[in-house]
Design a protein around this ligand. Structure first.
Ligand SMILES: [Mg+2]
Length: 142
């Protein structure tokens, strides 16, 4: 009973929020890739985005902005996506933020490590805008 109520409350909260206003953090070491993701999101009405070029800088953004969804590349200098994910999941104020990992075809085997580190969803490059929107919607419980 308690569990059912908690579940229903969660569903209500997720659907009543105008989810396209969510603040999305895009993390990728390539300017072009961040731009592609940003433009794809914008085309679908997700205009509230912030960006970082590696995991370390992304953590700084998380401390300043109220980020509600993270979309992160795997391979990056300074702090890679997996280390960033693990840091997010072990930091109380960030641990519940939905996290989508973007990984290249060649790094596909690493997905198991991302799942172990509690990634919310993952996307394999190259991906379409529709792939991205699906993952965003699922991650936000839509
Ligand atoms: Mg990269």
């Amino acid at each position: 009973m308690g569990l059912l109520q908690a579940g229903l409350t969660g569903i209500t909260m997720a659907t009543s929020k105008t989810h396209k206003n969510i603040k999305i953090l895009i993390v990728d070491d390539f300017d072009t890739t961040r731009k592609i993701i940003r433009n794809m999101l914008r085309d679908e009405g997700y205009e509230n985005t912030v960006e970082a070029r590696d995991g370390k800088l992304a953590l700084q953004v998380l401390r300043k902005e109220k980020v509600e969804l993270i979309i992160s590349d795997w391979a990056m200098p300074n702090m890679d996506g997996l280390t960033f994910l693990k840091t997010v999941r072990s930091t109380p104020e960030f641990q519940n933020i939905p996290f989508i990992m973007v990984t290249a075809e060649a790094e596909k085997d690493n997905i198991i490590n991302a799942i172990k580190a509690k990634v919310t969803q993952y996307i394999i490059k190259p991906f379409t805008a529709e792939n991205l929107y699906d993952k965003v919607r699922i991650s936000m419980g839509q």
